[in-house]
Design a protein around this ligand. Structure first.
Ligand SMILES: NC(=O)c1ccc[n+]([C@@H]2O[C@H](COP(=O)([O-])OP(=O)(O)OC[C@H]3O[C@@H](n4cnc5c(N)ncnc54)[C@H](O)[C@@H]3O)[C@@H](O)[C@H]2O)c1
Length: 259
């Protein structure tokens, strides 16, 4: 049951990649703030498990299988959203995959497309297909999860950096087009956050322990981030507390890019 204290009471939110990491933490936070949640993920069972927990805790939540690269999946997920909750107010384009640590001179075109199709095409498709639903509602908030690697480069991560940099300017373009529609669009730029995405990448690296230490040292606060710290910012951007923000880049990186 929602209370007036909840920032997002009466709102409907769709979070992609909600089975794990930042997407899962964001879905939990938005639900705690009173929003009805649609949790989508290519990992259907994972999204369903989180949705069940939210319902058990008294929230409103459904889940759906969703490959963000597929236009027809977007159409289906939006239809389910409107059918169940009557509309859409908040879209969190979070689904993404990590760089595969391949240097540019060895990067194959299919590796490039694997990353950019999810991390950039997926965000474009999300806005392309959810935009009309947000407009119909008289406005809304879109939160696109970029990265600090959408602001600065990283060796072995050309496709990832290009995809995340693309998300920044895609966000700003949408923000300008949609300001008259009262749809705010902002990007979030996390530093390295301890999620399965980062933990697995480190485990797959022969020098994983040493790389972890280097990553920790690159964040002036002396640690990696936690998914909850990004989810808090997502909830802020989703709510009226950020009502004068659009087209902005919210950096949450323990000081990584301040250097
Ligand atoms: N963890 C970090 O350090 C970090 C830093 C900056 C940005 N990010 C970004 O945050 C977002 C979430 O990352 P995370 O760290 O929580 O990763 P994660 O691997 O824990 O979660 C990503 C989720 O996306 C889903 N997914 C993957 N491909 C998909 C597809 N085609 N369609 C739908 N869902 C798909 C996965 O099943 C998974 O549940 C990503 O966009 C990532 O690039 C992460």
């Amino acid at each position: 049951m929602s209370t007036a204290k909840e920032k997002l009471a009466g709102k409907v939110a769709l979070v992609t990649g909600a089975a794990s990491g930042i997407g899962e933490a964001s879905a939990r936070k938005l639900s705690a703030e009173g929003a009805a949640l649609v949790l989508s993920d290519i990992n259907e069972a994972g999204a369903a498990a989180v949705a069940s927990e939210l319902v058990a805790a008294g929230g409103k939540a459904i889940s759906s299988q969703h490959d963000v690269r597929q236009p027809q999946d977007w159409e289906r997920v939006l239809a389910i959203t409107i059918e169940n909750f009557g509309g859409l107010d908040i879209l969190v384009n979070n689904a993404g995959i990590a760089a595969d640590n391949t240097e540019l001179m060895k990067l194959e075109l299919d590796q490039w497309h694997k990353v950019t199709s999810i991390n950039l095409d997926g965000v474009f498709l999300g806005m392309r297909y959810a935009g009309p639903a947000l407009e119909q509602r008289g406005g809304g908030s879109v939160i696109n999860i970029s990265s600090i690697l959408g602001k600065v480069g990283f060796p072995g991560a050309a496709a990832y950096c290009a995809s995340k940099g693309g998300v920044s300017l895609l966000t700003k373009s949408a923000a300008l087009e949609w300001a008259p529609l009262n749809i705010r669009v902002n990007s979030v730029h996390p530093g390295f956050v301890e999620t399965p995405l980062v933990i697995e990448a480190l485990q797959n690296d022969d020098d994983g322990v040493a790389v972890r230490e280097l990553l920790v040292a690159a964040h002036p606060l002396g640690r990696l981030g936690q998914a909850q710290e990004i989810a808090n910012a997502v909830a802020f951007l989703a709510s009226d507390e950020s009502s004068f923000m659009t087209g902005s880049e919210l950096v949450i990186d323990g000081g990584y890019t301040a250097q």
